[in-house]
Ligand binder design. Structure first.
Ligand code: ADP
Ligand code: MG
Length: 255
């Protein structure tokens, strides 16, 4: 597998009778940012949700083919779901911190996943400091760890939602339109954070903004009606798209 974080092979996914993902085969490089673009309803969120198997909560679903994450087939029954979910953190469109303090938001995942012996107060404190440092908010929040997470600005809430994934040491971060609720300044701040995090994490970001895909991603994938139409370096996709449909989409002709 080496430099590939995700390896998708002939993957199909259905909600009931409706096929939302069609015959996807591709690889996503490790320690890079890959953006997923395409018009509403083309299957971007569905694909992200297939990567940590939370789609299985959406009623009657089925799949065929395979998805491997760092060489582990995540749909193989031998691989335990909690482990898969621990490796793959997800952030949603609207920041969704828990109605708890900043501190409790960050240790929450650890408390549900780790053993009691790993949950000593000094370890938890360290976890909070490290996670907030990584998202660049330790200095401003270190004296307000008890304040309610939802009292923070939206930008900070979103950064906190990223920070709270880090104690579980995920390998991949899935970001589903993480900036769509933010103003331009908050958007840039989160983009800077994402670029910084790719030193340590593989990042897949769904975005509605072509400009954002160009600014942050190394590779870009264009999806249409459940299919992968084009996948290449961001430079190639935006500079010399091979498929006419990709070109039409990035020129704003539809979607
Ligand atoms: N829980 C669900 N049950 C049935 N159909 C769904 C469900 N979620 C999404 N879909 C359908 O799957 C398709 C892809 O949706 P989605 O992955 O949300 O697209 P995108 O994120 O690209 O906007 C759409 O046609 C949508 O209506
Ligand atoms: Mg979506």
């Amino acid at each position: 597998m080496g430099t590939h974080a995700v390896n998708v092979n002939n993957f199909n996914f259905w909600y009931g009778d409706f096929q939302a993902l069609k015959n996807l085969s591709f690889m996503i490089p490790a320690l890079k940012i890959t953006s997923l673009i395409g018009p509403s309803g083309c299957g971007k969120s569905t694909f992200l949700k297939c990567l940590n198997r939370i789609n299985e909560r959406s009623g009657k679903t089925s799949m065929s083919g395979s998805v491997s994450i760092f060489g582990h087939d995540i749909y193989h029954p031998i691989n335990a779901l909690p482990e898969i979910r621990k490796d793959i953190g997800m952030v949603f469109q609207k920041p969704n911190p828990l109605p708890l303090s900043v501190y409790e938001n960050i240790v929450f995942g650890a408390k549900t996943h780790l053993k009691k012996s790993e949950l000593k107060k000094d370890l938890l404190d360290k976890m909070v400091e490290e996670s907030l440092t990584k998202v660049g908010m330790w200095n401003e929040l270190k004296d307000r760890l008890d304040s309610a997470a939802i009292s923070l600005s939206l930008e900070k809430q979103q950064k906190l939602c990223i920070a709270r994934l880090l104690p579980l040491k995920p390998k991949i971060l899935l970001l589903d339109e993480p900036c769509s609720a933010l103003d331009p300044k908050g958007t840039l701040a989160v983009e800077e954070l994402i670029k910084d995090l790719k030193k340590q994490y593989t990042i897949i970001i769904v975005t509605h903004s072509m400009a954002q895909a160009k600014r942050v991603s190394d590779e870009t994938m264009f999806m249409y009606m459940g299919q992968l139409v084009e996948h290449g370096s961001t430079e190639q996709v935006f500079g010399a798209a091979k498929n006419p449909m990709t070109l039409q989409y990035i020129e704003g002709k539809f979607g």
